[in-house]
Design a binder for this molecule. Structure first.
Ligand code: FE
Length: 396
């Protein structure tokens, strides 16, 4: 038996933000990030639409990038005071992810963060509020997924929370919001979406319901991401849909070790964070090569390559063509090929090597590892991470 869960309603297309007018409820709290939604006028518009719907509106602003456990607790507290029956989260992945976790602590004040970390162990939500997500970036697809990533800064770890209870009720995929993305964010979030679709397609939990979503997303991202990066707003609009399709696929097929590695390297080093989408983009070609030693995975990478028009006469040739294509996409999007070159070398080589055994162990225990087509040994994971640091070839 398998389950396939998506939001009950998804509104898409330019201007779809206006659908907020048609929500039924008494009180809505809007959760947003650092100010771009206010600056570009989307926050005011959302407030006005909700007021038109007859709702009292409160705001929770300034959710930081990579939201912390503390921010989640503060938001839940505010919700307990205000008692909303709608939680509206708007912005990049961070405010939406934070709002999902706040929702759980709003409805269950006595639960603990530790309780929620076990995948698919959430209590039943929607006893107090329903949830609407409005993404402004084209990558995480958190508006349609059962996931939320919260950072425990004290421990230096990112926790991917997972449960179909936190799949939103309503998603509004309005490309007007994504048109405000700066170029670098467009590249990183776009390759995050590409990684979602590829990992979902080769996941051990992929199925007939997730495969078409993943393949179509890969084709669209392959066609549109570079143009979107270069400022073509029609391509940018299509990317907003493509990343959402990728999200529908991976929310139900789950991911793989590219994400395990990105989660556990993201906040591990004193030089700075490795931005999620950029980490995925750098690690994806290495992991494809590693996974392709599994024949079934190689056949599926070959299907992806053929689907986007790449040439080769064997699964191995097609897989190599896919790897080459992804590397060339990275280069055209100004994404470095390895951690050593990330942001001019902010990740210290010695610190990386010192922490390698521990980070490898954490990556293997990440929730995304279980659905990867090949389960790495600790030694293999160390070798993979090292290859991602130095841009070494994978031959194991
Ligand atoms: Fe991701």
């Amino acid at each position: 038996m398998a389950r396939f869960t998506l939001p009950r309603d998804l509104y898409h297309g330019k201007g779809s933000l206006e659908e907020l007018k048609n929500l039924n409820g008494k009180k809505a709290i809007i959760v947003v990030g650092g100010g771009s939604m206010r600056r570009f006028g989307f926050l005011d518009r959302a407030v006005n639409y909700l007021k038109e719907a007859g709702m009292e509106v409160a705001l929770f602003e300034n959710v930081e990038p990579d939201p912390s456990v503390e921010t989640v607790m503060k938001g839940a507290e505010k919700m307990r005071e205000f008692e909303p029956d709608w939680i509206i989260s708007m912005g990049g992945g961070s405010p939406i992810d934070a709002a999902k976790a706040m929702w759980a602590f709003y409805e269950y004040p006595d639960t603990t963060f530790e309780d929620l970390i076990t995948p698919f162990s959430f209590p039943t939500l929607r006893t107090k509020a329903r949830f609407c997500a409005i993404p402004s970036t084209s990558g995480t697809a958190t508006e349609v997924t059962a996931f939320s990533v919260i950072t425990d800064y004290a421990k230096g770890i990112k926790y991917p929370l997972a449960d179909f209870n936190i799949t939103p009720d309503v998603a509004i995929v309005d490309p007007d919001l994504a048109e405000t993305m700066p170029q670098k964010l467009t590249a990183h979030t776009g390759m995050d979406a590409m990684t979602h679709a590829i990992e979902a397609y080769v996941s051990t939990l992929h199925c007939d319901y997730t495969d078409p979503l993943a393949l179509h997303a890969i084709k669209m991202i392959h066609q549109d991401l570079k143009a979107s990066f270069d400022g073509d707003m029609e391509a940018r609009d299509r990317m907003h849909n493509a990343q959402c399709l990728a999200g529908m696929a991976f929310s139900n097929a789950l991911l793989g070790i590219v994400h395990s590695m990105a989660h556990k390297t993201g906040a591990a080093y004193s030089g700075g964070h490795i931005v999620h989408g950029c980490a995925n983009a750098m690690y994806l070609p290495k992991v494809i090569k590693y996974n392709s030693k599994n024949d079934e995975a190689a056949a599926r990478y070959a299907q992806i390559a053929s689907f986007i028009g790449l040439k080769g006469s064997s699964n191995e040739e097609l897989t190599d063509a896919l790897i080459a294509e992804l590397k060339s996409m990275n280069a055209s999007l100004e994404i470095p090929s390895c951690i050593k070159d990330y942001e001019g070398g902010i990740i210290d080589e010695k610190e990386f090597m010192d922490k390698l055994p521990e980070v490898a162990k954490l990556a293997i225990s990440d929730a995304c590892t279980g659905s990867n087509p090949r389960i790495p040994t600790p030694e293999e994971m160390e070798q993979l991470l090292k290859a991602c640091f130095y841009d070494e070839e994978i031959d194991f």
